[in-house]
Design a protein around this ligand. Structure first.
Ligand code: GRF
Length: 216
């Protein structure tokens, strides 16, 4: 009897190009996961249309309708649990998660951040990297903990910054990389190769002291 695929719920707030890369990899038969549900805190997120086109169930609930972050996150958790996800994938989900939500899915939330963490947490990373005169940039898939952009990094896609490259050009190159490394890293989890143990990321039974780095 074959094991059922790992069930991935994807949380978005916007365009959902990363979500699309998960859907496409699954359609190509390159995934050990299935996208079981997409949730957005914005009803106008274009990613919801992408999911519907792929026949993935969706829900949208506005955080603005709730008195507190805890209350909103509790509702989101109940909506997600109706689809029995094994892992949550944050893909441009522009909400800070409550401690209670992170604990509810402890070790089962991944995020992607457009910088080589721990460098450049926060927003506007492409411009900040250029302003600082960095030679390299990229994106990081990491486990989510209570610390914003601070959970253990797992996989980084790295690129060399071109002469006179603009923040817009950099953003597009970083996004192309994200569309490859995020489904790949989630597959590691789906295959049972990747896990979160005692606050650290473990790959193939070894603790990752630093992330796996792929150069593009
Ligand atoms: C990505 O660049 C990701 O690094 C960041 O949000 C962006 C989401 O883009 N967390 P999209 O909605 O997947 O196109």
């Amino acid at each position: 009897m074959s094991t059922p695929p790992c069930r991935v719920a994807i949380l978005i707030s916007g365009s959902g190009t990363n979500l699309q890369s998960f859907i496409d990899a699954e359609a190509r038969g390159e995934s050990a996961y299935t996208v079981c549900h997409v949730f957005s805190n914005r009803a106008d997120a274009y990613g919801l249309e992408r999911a519907q086109r792929a026949n993935v169930p969706t829900d949208a609930v506005a955080h603005t309708e709730f008195e507190s972050r805890d209350e909103f996150d509790r509702t989101v958790g109940d909506i997600l649990d109706a689809h029995s996800p094994d892992i949550l994938v944050l893909a441009g989900y522009m909400r800070i998660l409550s401690a209670e939500f992170v604990a509810r899915y402890a070790g089962r939330i991944l995020n992607i951040h457009p910088a080589l963490l721990p460098a450049y947490p926060g927003l506007d990373t492409h411009q900040r990297v250029l302003d600082a005169g960095e030679t390299h940039h990229g994106s990081t898939v990491h486990f989510v903990t209570e610390e914003l952009d601070g959970g253990p990094p797992v996989l980084q896609g790295r690129l060399q910054i071109g002469v006179n490259e603009t923040a817009g050009q950099l953003m597009r190159r970083v996004q192309d990389i994200e569309h490859r490394i995020y489904p790949q890293c989630t597959n590691w989890f789906a295959e049972g190769r990747l896990e979160f143990r005692h606050g650290a990321a473990w790959l193939d039974g070894k603790q990752l002291r630093r992330p796996v780095v792929e150069d593009f």
